[in-house]
Structures are given as structure tokens and as C-alpha cells.
Design a protein around this ligand. Structure first.
Ligand code: JB8
Length: 255
């Protein structure tokens, strides 16, 4: 997969040299290119922003500078399909389902805004040209710009590319996986630490008992921390035992 990130702070993307994503770049699984938006500014001060029409606080990023940058980075339309990702607090929420969908794309171009955001005509113009434009938020809080969201998107999508995570089984059982539950708690050696014991079920060696223990803890955790996930679970994914564990955890099925 090829990913381009455009930002006025290209150094903010330096962590993408590290860890799994960095290795994916070095091995050629991920072609990641970071660009400085100011390379497409035309004045002596390399200006990328201006005052908002209609008034109000802050500055807005100019569409002409972004248009030149994105025309160059997107390249010819016949390069194949490409998705333009614009992080914004007013976007649709980026979830594991989004990451799974985008991991099937050939190319992502991530446009990182700053200030009060990017002139709305930029998203409009590229949609009109047939580009898949996704305005996304990584959660209900406000950042100073799109760079941290770009890091999140590249990490969440990058680890789903074939070959990036060593053991693909570790992609299956995790929180926000297909089960729709949070992950169960995990333990390693030593079996006793500071007077705290590893739960006996995990030491039993009985596969079915371990699986049941883990599902029960996943259900309890989800009821306590993310009841919204349980409300969204299809009715037929919970059996009678699951419902009893959830009832004991204080969860009420939606009406
Ligand atoms: C200016 O919170 B965010 C976010 C905030 C931003 C910009 C992009 C994303 C651009 N402020 O997801």
C-alpha cells in the first residue's frame, strides 16, 4: 500500500520510522511518503492560511495551496483508485471497521489540517472529481491538527496489511475485533507477584475452561466499560450463559 501524508509539520510523522510500521516501510510492504504543504505555497513567507469569510476566531487553510499539493500528490487519475483522508473533529468516527475497509485500498492520501481546518471546497472539489474523500474523527476530543490522527490511521491500517504483524492470529482475538467485545485481561509469569495470583482457570490447562473464563471476563469488562458495544451486538451472538454473566455484571438488555 502507498500512503502519502501532507502536513505543515512533516517532522510530526517521524514516529512512523519506528516499530512495526517502520519495519513495514523498510521491507517494502508500506510505501509511506511525507510531504511539507509549504512546498506548494507561492509567496516569500510560504503562507498556507488566511482569515475566515464570515468572521470568527482563527485562520483557515487556503484551498489553492491544498489544491496544488493534492493535484501533485494524487497524480494522474489513471494511477488507480485513491482515498483522500481528511482528519477533522467534525468527521465520521474512525473505527476498527474503517481501518479494515481502508486496508483493502491501494493508496491513501492524508491531508493534515491545522488552525480552524481546511477550506471546505477542497473536500468538495476532489469528491466532484471522483476521489473517495473521507473526513474522519479519531474520537470525541479536539486536537491542534490532523497529524496525530494521521499517525493513528497509519498505525491502525498498516498493522492490518498482510505480513506487517508477524502472527496474523493476534489480529483475530483482540478488542474491537469481530466479536464486538473488549479483550479479556492477560497474565504472564511469575504466577504469584506482590501477593497477587494469576487466576486459577488460566493455569488449569483445560482449553474449554480457559475459553469460558476469558469470555466471561470479556463480557464483564465490556458491561462495565463499554455498554454501548453490548447494545450494538446482534441479539443472537449472546447465549443464555453470556446473558447470565452480563445480568450479574449489572447490564440490562436494550428495550
Ligand atoms: C485543525 O481533533 B481532530 C482534528 C483537529 C484539528 C484538525 C484536524 C483534526 C485541524 N484542528 O481530529
Amino acid at each position: 500500500m502507498r500512503v502519502d501524508v501532507v502536513s505543515i509539520f512533516p517532522d510530526y510523522l517521524a514516529p512512523l520510522e519506528l516499530s512495526l510500521v517502520g519495519k513495514a516501510r523498510r521491507t517494502g510492504l508500506l510505501d509511506l511518503r511525507v510531504h511539507d504543504l509549504r512546498d506548494w505555497a507561492t509567496d516569500r513567507h510560504r503562507t498556507v492560511d488566511d482569515t475566515p469569510f464570515g468572521g470568527g476566531a482563527g485562520m483557515v487553510m487556503r484551498p489553492d495551496v491544498w489544491g496544488r499539493a493534492l493535484d501533485d500528490v494524487l497524480g494522474d487519475a489513471d494511477d488507480g483508485p485513491v482515498r483522500l483522508v481528511i482528519p477533522t473533529p467534525s468527521g465520521e468516527v474512525f473505527t476498527q471497521r474503517t481501518a479494515e475497509a481502508w486496508a483493502q485500498d491501494e493508496r491513501l492520501v492524508i491531508a493534515c489540517g491545522r488552525y480552524e481546518g481546511i477550506d471546505a471546497r477542497v473536500a468538495e472539489r476532489y469528491r466532484e472529481r471522483g476521489v473517495a474523500v473521507s473526513e474522519v474523527s479519531i474520537g470525541d476530543y479536539v486536537l491542534n491538527g490532523g497529524e496525530v490522527a494521521a499517525l493513528v490511521v497509519v498505525e491502525a491500517v498498516g498493522r492490518l496489511l498482510p505480513g506487517v504483524v508477524g502472527n496474523p492470529e493476534s489480529l483475530v482475538e483482540e478488542s474491537h475485533g469481530a466479536a464486538g467485545l473488549l479483550e479479556y485481561p492477560v497474565y504472564t509469569k511469575p504466577p504469584a507477584w506482590e501477593g497477587l495470583e494469576v487466576p486459577e482457570a488460566l493455569l488449569s490447562g483445560h482449553h474449554a475452561r480457559i475459553a469460558r473464563w476469558r469470555r466471561d471476563r470479556a463480557l464483564e469488562r465490556t458491561a462495565a466499560r463499554r455498554p454501548d458495544l453490548l447494545d450494538a451486538l446482534a441479539a443472537d451472538t449472546l447465549d443464555a450463559h453470556d446473558r447470565e454473566v452480563l445480568r450479574a455484571a449489572g447490564w440490562e438488555p436494550p428495550a
